[in-house]
Design a protein around this ligand. Structure first.
Ligand SMILES: Nc1ncnc2c1ncn2[C@@H]1O[C@H](COP(=O)(O)OP(=O)(O)O)[C@@H](O)[C@H]1O
Ligand SMILES: [Mg+2]
Length: 240
C-alpha cells in the first residue's frame, strides 16, 4: 500500500480540525479532497506530508510512519503546500537546483533531477527565465517540479489549480492526470468539475470527518450529480 491513514486527529486549542480521518491509497489512484473551507483538508495533507504531527492516529507511506520516521517518509512524498513560496529573482533552473541541494542531493544528482522534473512539468524555455516574469500557470509548474524533484511515488498537492485561468487550469489538470498514471496522488480543490475531470476517487471531508469516499461517477449517480452529493453530505457553511 502506497499510503495508509488511520484515525488521524488534530486539534488546535478547542477546535477539532481533523477528527478521525482514515483511508488508503494505491498507485494509479488520483484522489480529490473536497470539502467546505475549514473542513480539515489542508491539516490532513500536512500530517500526511510530515509537516504537522497528529494528536492521534498515523499516516504510513510504504509502511513508514510519517510522524515517527519523518525524513525517511518524506523521501517518498512530494508536497505542494497551498500558495507555495518561490524565489522570484531566481530562474526555475537555479531555484530547483537550490531545492535539490537543500534536500541533500549532490550537485550532479540535483542537475539530473531538475532536468527530469522540468521535462515532466513541461517547463520548456521558461527554465532560464526569472520566476517573477513567468505566468501564474508556469509558476505553478515550477512549484510542481519542486514537489517532484526527488521522484516521489506519492504526491500531495494542496489546491494545485487555485488562482489559475481556465487555460492554465486545463494544462495543470493534464499534467496531474499524467503524473497520476504511475504514482498515487491526492489533490484538494474547490472545483467539483475538476474532480470529475481528473480524479479516480473523491473523498468529501466535512468538519474534520470523511463523509464520502467513492468514485466521482458513483457519487454523482447516487445523488443526481456530484454537486448534489456535495450539498447533501456537507453542511456547506464555512467555519472560521
Ligand atoms: N495552525 C492552525 N492554528 C489554529 N487553527 C488552525 C490551524 N490550521 C488550521 N486551523 C483550523 O483548523 C480547521 C481546518 O482547517 P484547514 O485544514 O485549513 O481546512 P481546509 O483546508 O479544509 O480549508 C479550521 O477551522 C482552521 O481554522
Ligand atoms: Mg486548505
Amino acid at each position: 500500500m502506497l499510503l495508509q491513514v488511520d484515525g488521524l486527529r488534530k486539534t488546535f486549542g478547542r477546535r477539532v480540525a481533523v477528527d478521525g480521518v482514515g483511508f488508503s491509497l494505491d498507485v494509479g489512484e488520483i484522489v480529490g479532497f473536497l470539502g467546505p473551507n475549514g473542513a480539515g483538508k489542508t491539516t490532513t495533507m500536512r500530517m500526511i506530508a510530515g509537516y504537522l504531527e497528529p494528536d492521534e492516529g498515523a499516516a504510513k507511506v510504504f509502511n513508514i510512519d510519517v510522524a515517527r520516521e519523518r525524513r525517511r517518509a518524506q523521501e517518498r512524498v512530494g508536497y505542494l503546500p497551498e500558495g507555495a513560496p518561490l524565489y522570484g529573482e531566481m530562474t526555475p533552473w537555479t531555484f530547483l537546483r537550490f531545492v535539490g541541494e537543500a534536500r541533500g542531493m549532490t550537485r550532479e544528482a540535483a542537475r539530473h533531477a531538475v532536468r527530469r522534473a522540468a521535462q515532466d512539468t513541461r517547463l520548456g524555455d521558461t527554465i532560464d527565465q526569472p520566476i517573477e516574469t513567468l505566468s501564474k500557470g508556469f509558476r505553478r509548474r515550477v512549484g510542481l517540479a519542486s514537489a517532484l524533484l526527488h521522484d516521489p511515488l506519492l504526491l500531495v498537492l494542496d489546491e494545485p489549480t487555485d488562482g489559475l485561468d481556465p487555460n492554465q487550469r486545463h494544462s495543470v489538470r493534464d499534467l496531474i492526470r499524467r503524473l497520476g498514471q504511475d504514482r498515487g496522488l491526492i489533490i484538494s480543490t474547490h472545483s467539483l468539475e475538476e474532480v470529475e475531470a481528473v480524479c479516480t476517487r473523491a473523498i468529501i471531508i466535512d468538519q474534520g470527518r470523511i463523509v464520502a469516499d467513492a468514485a466521482p461517477a458513483a457519487l454523482a449517480g447516487e445523488h443526481g450529480s456530484l454537486e448534489k452529493a456535495f450539498e447533501a453530505l456537507t453542511r456547506g457553511e464555512e467555519r472560521a
